[in-house]
Design a protein around this ligand. Structure first.
Ligand SMILES: *[C@@H]1O[C@H](CO)[C@@H](O)[C@H](O)[C@H]1NC(C)=O
Ligand SMILES: *[C@@H]1O[C@H](CO)[C@@H](O)[C@H](O)[C@H]1NC(C)=O
Length: 358
């Protein structure tokens, strides 16, 4: 028994939701029709009087303004997505063009009445709200176009800081969904971490507290904070300031870690050439290539020695002097000895720097 009741209840809820969606779609479809109709009116006016401005056209369209020729031309583009430069407003309506065309067919007489006698009115209000009753005027919602909260108080819907559910359509609950920073049934209060910058009968203006503030604040900037978030410290005359955790030597203590201060916190990175393993320990990174010389130092030394030697030998052969032959022999022996016995690690640092080995 109770299961049947539950099923009935569920199906009632589902069908009423479906109805709400369809009602809203009908309103939006009507507005799509109006947008394409409006676009047609503009286009035909431009064609008829190329170059004139809109006010001038209005005055000078004369008989053409309500002629049948023009109506036929306008109707050619009605309910076609391609007539609008921007149809994003109407996304989410399935079979939009088809639904629009059946509205057009169903209400052809009313639309002609608008064209011949009501062009001075706003078409969306005259047609979709007043005649077809598919939409409500802005700031109104629901079956009977009730006022959104805020209108009774003489302000905008939701005091201008939120969206009234169902606004402008024939459905919705009229509840306000406040923008970020605003709260309350009427969006007339500032949310946590926001402060009231100004307040009038038309609503409040709220601004975000400084990032270091915890909870409420009284004004902009770090000085407005009442309390500070973790990682921030209250400094007299300055308000909440970021704590440099890295000045505390116990911040990062594991081997090969370096402390990096961040706003409101800090992190322990690894030294260059190290990376964190699965346990979060910094281990030598075998894949990293810190600024090592292109070749090992020993190899560089050898290349320098032997290229010098080749230059000297060339010079000696050129001159053919016996003294130079002797000197060259000594140099070759010296270089071979150097190559055999000098370990680059034993070369003094200044010498390496001089040779450009760093
Ligand atoms: C007609 O009224 C609607 C709703 O108030 C408004 O969005 C639209 O801009 C108006 N159109 C013209 C042509 O004034
Ligand atoms: C340094 O850090 C340790 C551990 O987090 C903490 O107990 C201590 O209070 C800190 N000292 C200072 C001066 O911030």
């Amino acid at each position: 028994m109770s299961r049947i009741l539950l099923l009935v209840a569920v199906s009632i809820v589902m069908s009423s939701q479906k109805e709400v969606v369809i009602k809203n779609e009908k309103c939006r479809t009507c507005n799509f029709l109006v947008s394409t109709f409006d676009e047609g009116l503009k286009k035909t006016a431009r064609h008829h009087f190329a170059g004139g401005d809109t006010a001038w056209e209005e005055k000078n369209l004369g008989k053409y303004k309500t002629s049948e020729t023009r109506l036929i031309e306008v109707l050619e583009g009605v309910c076609k997505k391609s007539s609008l430069p921007n149809i994003d407003k109407f996304t989410g309506i399935s079979e939009l063009e088809f639904k629009c065309a059946s509205q057009l067919e169903k209400h052809e007489e009313t639309i002609e009445e608008y064209y011949y006698n009501q062009q001075q009115n706003n078409m969306s209000i005259w047609l979709c709200v007043e005649q077809l009753k598919l939409c409500c005027p802005g700031g109104h919602f629901g079956k009977n176009c009730e006022e959104c909260p805020g209108l009774k108080e003489g302000a905008d819907a939701c005091f201008g800081k939120g969206a009234c559910h169902g606004d402008g359509s024939r459905d919705g609950s009229g509840k306000c969904k406040c923008e970020a920073g605003y709260t309350g049934n009427l969006c007339r209060h500032c949310d946590n971490e926001y402060f009231e910058e100004s307040k009038t009968e038309k609503g409040v203006v709220c601004k975000q507290c400084h990032e270091g503030c915890l909870g409420i604040c009284s004004s902009e900037g770090s000085k407005g904070c009442s309390k500070c978030k973790n990682g921030w410290a209250m400094i007299e005359g300055e308000g909440c300031q970021d704590v440099n955790e890295c000045s505390n030597h116990s911040a990062c203590t594991k081997d090969h870690e370096v402390c990096v201060n961040t706003i409101g916190s800090y992190q322990c990175d690894c030294e260059e050439g190290y990376k964190k393993d699965d346990e979060g320990k910094c281990q030598l990174d075998v894949e990293a290539h810190p600024d090592r010389p292109f070749m090992p130092i020993a190899q560089q030394l050898k290349i320098i020695s032997f290229s010098s030697l080749i230059i000297i030998i060339t010079f000696v052969v050129w001159h053919g002097s016996p003294v130079l032959y002797v000197l060259t022999g000594i140099a070759i022996v010296a270089l071979i000895l150097v190559d055999l016995y000098v370990n680059p690690d034993t070369i003094p640092d200044e010498a390496k720097r001089f040779l450009g080995l760093y």
